[in-house]
Design a protein around this ligand. Structure first.
Ligand code: ADP
Ligand code: MG
Length: 242
């Protein structure tokens, strides 16, 4: 079986900064891949390249074996790649359900159909009670759930989560971790960028570690936690494992 996603020697520079430098990895269907690295490592940029928000400077991206390098975000969404943004950007003046409906329209052309898919997705992420609230009224924890709902309402095959735990309470982290861990069982492959390492370490099937744009390690969470290059990359940063 071919990989769901293949990233081959992908690089992206911004003027003099090599934000992503020759990164290669593959993701198999049903995996929950943890992508970690210190601040500025290039994680969000890598997500932008995979999701078609930015084109790579060089390298290739394949989805289900098909070359998709340089494809735009809406084309990537259509073939099944959805992402959340590190900084939630909901339409604040719209209601929670309207925000999710905008994503649902990718799959459901009618208003009724899109509302139904949005309702199911809100229930899924535990936001059903907030459907009619303006997005601007949500707390950080609820905004993160809205980001997740907006991505899942696109019915993705692959979802990219960018720091969906930041700012959450320990209880919210627990609930979100459980939710994310179940997605592969439901047929949604996950790549998860997270600073709350203990959450990702306990759920990821495999991890890719990057630092200063370069891939420095790849393996199971247990092996990564003992890898000297990984530990060194996190020196001076909080490496929360317990
Ligand atoms: P991470 O998500 O791992 O914290 P980023 O991908 O956000 O890292 O950033 C990687 C590097 O690329 C940083 O040095 C950042 O300043 C730079 N960078 C990211 N996006 C841009 C951009 N649009 N323009 C210029 N530099 C950028
Ligand atoms: Mg980032």
């Amino acid at each position: 079986m071919s990989a769901l996603l293949e990233v081959r020697n992908v690089s992206r520079s911004f003027r003099t900064t090599m934000a992503v430098n020759d990164v290669s990895f593959a993701v198999q269907p049903g995996e929950l891949l943890g992508l970690i690295g210190p601040n500025g490592a290039g994680k969000s940029t890598l997500f932008n390249l995979i999701a078609g928000v930015l084109p790579p400077s060089s390298g290739q991206i394949l989805f289900e074996g098909k070359p998709v390098t340089g494809w735009k975000a809406h084309d990537m969404a259509r073939i099944g790649v959805a992402r959340t943004f590190q900084i939630p950007k909901p339409y604040r003046q719209l209601s929670v359900i309207e925000n999710v409906m905008l994503s649902a329209f990718l799959r459901e052309k009618s208003i009724a159909g899109s509302r139904k898919l949005a309702e199911a997705t809100l229930a899924d992420v535990g936001l059903a009670d907030y459907a009619g609230s303006p997005a601007s009224a949500l707390t950080v924890g609820l905004l993160k759930r809205l980001e997740v709902a907006r991505a899942l309402a696109m019915r993705p095959k692959l979802v990219l989560f960018d720091e969906i735990m930041a700012g959450l309470t320990p209880t919210e982290v627990g609930a979100m971790t459980k939710f994310v861990a179940e997605l592969p069982v439901r047929g949604i492959t996950v790549i998860w960028v997270e600073h709350v390492l203990y959450a990702i370490m306990k759920t990821a099937t495999r991890m890719v570690v990057i630092n200063r744009g370069k891939q420095i390690a790849e393996g199971t969470p247990a092996v990564m936690a003992r890898d000297p290059a990984v530990v060194k990359a996190y020196l001076g940063e909080e490496m929360i494992l317990a």
